[in-house]
Design a protein around this ligand. Structure first.
Ligand code: AMP
Ligand code: GLY
Length: 429
């Protein structure tokens, strides 16, 4: 089979890597890809937003299955477009992807389906939102309802900050139309957990747990990023937590989407806060997480193509997901300045040395080839992932590999997965 992966980050490199190991895969294409995917796939320089060119590519190269990495093309209806052309594609339709693309819709659906989540109010007018926040004496979270590349959520312990955030979104239109509607919700306390599930409308298959590190700084300080590292499994994801997420979140939301005329097919990512009152939903994403995919897919033992095919064909119930009895840790090496302004074009050294270490996978996030050199080409540059016998072993291997990688102004957190070690110590105590 010929397969096409849409996207160009670490998540897509991990998907390309998984597919390239499948016995049934003949050729892998990646659009637009990066310097890492170029080693396993044929990169094609098409923007993820150019649906017409992607359809043409899929026809010309006789692609049997297309896998969409990022949310923007999903929310813009790439799956509907491919299906209308008779092309097989992995991911939800635009109607189902609205669960990520429109946080106000997601909130209403959760409320309707009694899915546990933060109490929230939805506003379309700045004056109303401001008046509401002014009555609050506790902090709130302000969220732009539309897609804002992970930057549209502001946690405001002080209500005065919330008014500033509202002004930036609704008056200054910092995120364009994405901030025209806002969700204002209560601040939840607890540890965060990412749960991914494959869904083929009828069957829900929950993947192993993973935990992300969203903040740029050590000890979870500073602004949020796309994710600075991840580990799997997460010790806080106990069987009780998993049972509650499946029963109280996944089953009712999948039913609610179906009743709403938007049956879900693809991978659904649930961002949760494990509060004293049980798991509560922070957000839904209509795609794989980045960097959660890097740790999940390196642990997956089942042929990735078999799984994705089964989802697309609605036979997920016939698939058995097997996992390596290993832990995985991923450390993202970023350009200094990210998630704000940063410089690109820095030569990266040590990639081969790192990738040659046992059980280490160097997934490229923002890189490109310039003649014989690999240079930085994004905020997140590489996602160094290692398997180990347990989290501590995987963490050591990942950091040893990270030390091999050098470029000007490289930045990474030195505490990725420390949290997992702390919770396992607590669990044993
Ligand atoms: P989201 O994109 O909605 O997941 O928000 C991004 C990040 O903001 C989450 O990963 C949390 O760290 C934080 N966050 C979102 N909603 C809340 C909330 N209600 N309470 C506390 N933190 C939140
Ligand atoms: N790691 C967070 C995300 O993919 O949205």
């Amino acid at each position: 089979m010929n397969v096409l992966v849409i996207g160009g980050g670490g998540r897509e490199h991990a998907i390309v890597h998984g597919l390239s190991r499948s016995l049934r895969v003949t050729r892998v294409f990646c659009a637009p890809g990066n310097a890492g995917t170029a080693e396993l796939a044929e990169n094609v320089a098409i923007d993820v937003g150019d649906h017409a060119a992607l359809v043409a590519l899929a026809k010309e190269r006789k692609i049997d299955l297309t896998i969409v990495g990022p949310e923007a093309p999903l929310c813009a209806g790439i799956v509907d477009r491919f299906q209308a052309e008779g092309l097989r594609i992995f991911g939800p339709t635009a109607a189902a992807a609205r669960i990520e693309g429109d946080k106000a819709y997601a909130k209403k659906l959760m409320k309707h389906a009694h899915v546990p989540t933060a109490e929230a109010r939805i506003f379309n007018r700045f004056a109303d939102a401001k008046a509401y926040v002014a009555t609050r004496d506790t902090g709130v979270v302000v969220k732009a309802a539309g897609l804002a590349a992970g930057k549209g959520v502001v946690v405001c312990p002080d209500p005065a900050d919330a008014i500033l955030a509202l002004e930036r979104m609704m008056v200054q239109e910092e995120f364009g139309g994405a901030g025209a509607t806002v969700v204002v919700e209560e601040v939840l306390k607890g540890q965060e957990l990412s749960v991914h599930a494959f869904i083929d409308d009828r069957t829900i298959y929950v993947l192993e747990s993973a935990q992300d590190h969203k903040a740029i700084g050590e000890g979870d300080t500073g602004p949020n990023t796309g994710g600075m590292g991840a580990y799997s499994p997460a010790p806080i994801a106990t069987p009780e937590v998993y049972a509650a997420v499946e029963r109280d979140v996944l089953v009712p939301i999948v039913d609610a989407l179906r009743s709403d005329g938007a049956p879900y097919r693809g991978v659904l990512y649930v961002g949760l806060m494990l509060t004293a009152g049980g798991p509560k939903v922070l957000e839904f994403n209509c795609r794989f997480g980045d960097p959660e995919t890097q740790v999940l897919l390196t642990r997956l033992d089942t042929d990735l193509l078999d799984v994705l095919d089964a989802v697309v064909d609605g036979r997920l119930d016939q698939i058995d997901l097997r996992w390596k009895p290993k832990a995985a840790v991923c450390v993202v090496v970023a350009s200094k300045g990210y998630p704000g302004r940063y410089e690109s074009g820095k030569v990266i050294e040590g990639l081969q040395e790192a990738a040659g270490m046992p059980d280490v996978f160097v997934f490229h996030s923002g890189t490109k080839r310039v003649e014989h050199l690999t240079v930085t080409n994004g905020g997140r540059v590489v996602a160094v992932t290692a398997l180990g016998d347990d989290i501590a072993d995987a963490q050591q291997r990942a950091y040893r590999a990270v030390e091999q990688i050098r470029f000007e102004n490289a930045y990474y957190r030195r505490d990725i997965a420390d949290k997992a070690l702390r919770s396992s110590v607590r669990a044993e105590a």
